[in-house]
Design a protein around this ligand. Sequence first.
Ligand code: FPP
Length: 245
Amino acid sequence: MDFKSNIIVEKLPEHIAIIMDGNGRWAKKQGLMRVKGHEKGTKAVRETVEGCAELGVKNLTLYAFSTENWKRPKLEVQTLMRLLVSSLKGEIKTLQKNKIKLQAIGCIENLPSKARKELNEVIEKTAHNDHMTLTLALSYGSREELIQTVKKISEKVKNNIIDSESIDESTINKHLYTRNLPDVDLMIRTSGEQRISNFLLWQMAYAELYFTDTLWPDFRKENLFEAIYEYQKRERRFGKTSEQL
Ligand code: FPP
């Protein structure tokens, strides 16, 4: 089936978030080292970004490195950081051509200085782009994000900038790393695992979850289009009944 031509442009998810999983298993299946899976995974990243840009999806967030990923073997962590730097260097032209703004969420200060420098350069150079926002979650953990949010808000309460009685959902939204992004509409996880693994917990409150057995290095535009097509078939009720929609 040609999923792309069956996608209704007016009903595109505003924000897609992806847990790119299965790089290690992909490599193992081929008898290769885990890092080869990550290298292959960068092609899937490119395909996904291009696919979203082609359709007109406004926001794409990729879980590239979690706070827990620091516990992986040193060589693997180094490879992931190297791939981040080389991808940023290699993709800047494509980002500019497609008017894609890059941003990062997470404990960016924990990244090696070379990665931070490259990241900041691309963020600055693409800041004016307005066709799509690509957010990389790097050294990211949702609970940590919520802790930081609570700290920022309590500081403002202490300094009488915020009245604690007035705190509502929008107060939280404005203090999250994702403050400039809408809620996640569609969350995709590859490789058959069915978990959300500390990713955008608050932002995914009403997200449709889509799980596929495809391993991340095998993920192509066609897989993305299928996920969006499936999303559009679902009825999102936000707590209401079908009749009320
Ligand atoms: C999960 O697979 C994937 C990651 C931890 C990293 C994702 C990184 C990339 C796709 C490459 C670089 C990214 C960018 C944005 C340039 P896994 O290693 O957990 O796989 P496994 O569960 O099969 O072991």
